[in-house]
Design a binder for this molecule. Structure first.
Ligand code: APR
Length: 173
């Protein structure tokens, strides 16, 4: 089990599963969601539509899994982060659930390497420092309970998240 942090575009990094910061509609959007659907092609949206037909979307804090189309991955795990709304609406617990539920799906699909974006820290305005602490804690505690190793890579698009994640993981600058 290993946790790493890199700076870059998550659509360019090979993994068994790439996690997407989606919304409850699962129909795509801007930010990393837009980048994943653009780079992966229409197959991902087709799979999302099947999930929508079955269960009507995805609730905040939960996750669903699809194929990865043209991306360098087997799966995309779509999780819905909370919109930051002052912190009194269960945002922290919901963000932790995103990481936990995504890793549960990855484990159930025998994924060894999983890449995560900084869920909720873009359009959903979750404070980045809090989000980094929650992400690291949630991933560490999930992995600690797993006999089979999963390697997690946090792929940070911006310098601020990159520095915060490195600091949380106590990786030298
Ligand atoms: N690779 C990695 N990270 C990325 C990329 C990329 N190509 N593009 C953006 N990011 C980063 C942002 O810098 C931010 O730190 O992903 C993080 C999450 O930002 P958003 O994509 O805005 O996601 P979020 O804040 O969770 O908001 C979700 O955005 O587009 C919509 O459909 C999505 O409605 C949902 C909302």
């Amino acid at each position: 089990m290993k946790i790493e942090v890199v700076r870059g575009d998550i659509t360019r990094i090979a993994a068994d599963a790439i996690v997407n910061a989606a919304n409850t509609s699962l129909l795509g959007g801007g930010g990393v969601d837009g980048a994943i659907h653009r780079a992966g092609g229409p197959a991902i949206l087709e799979d999302c539509r099947k999930i929508i037909a079955r269960q009507g979307g995805c609730k905040t804090g939960e996750a669903v899994i699809t194929g990865a189309g043209d991306l360098p991955a087997k799966y995309v795990i779509h999780t819905v982060g909370p919109v930051w709304n002052g912190g009194t609406h269960g945002e922290e617990e919901k963000l932790a659930s995103c990481y936990r539920n995504s890793l549960q799906l990855a484990r159930d699909h025998q994924c060894c390497t999983v890449t995560f974006p900084n869920i909720s820290t873009g359009i959903y305005h979750f404070p980045k420092e809090k989000a980094a602490a929650i992400a690291v804690r949630a991933v560490q505690s999930f992995l600690a309970g797993q006999p089979a190793g999963i390697n997690v890579i946090f792929v940070c698009f911006d310098e601020e998240n990159y520095s915060l994640l490195k600091a949380e993981l106590k990786i030298g600058h």
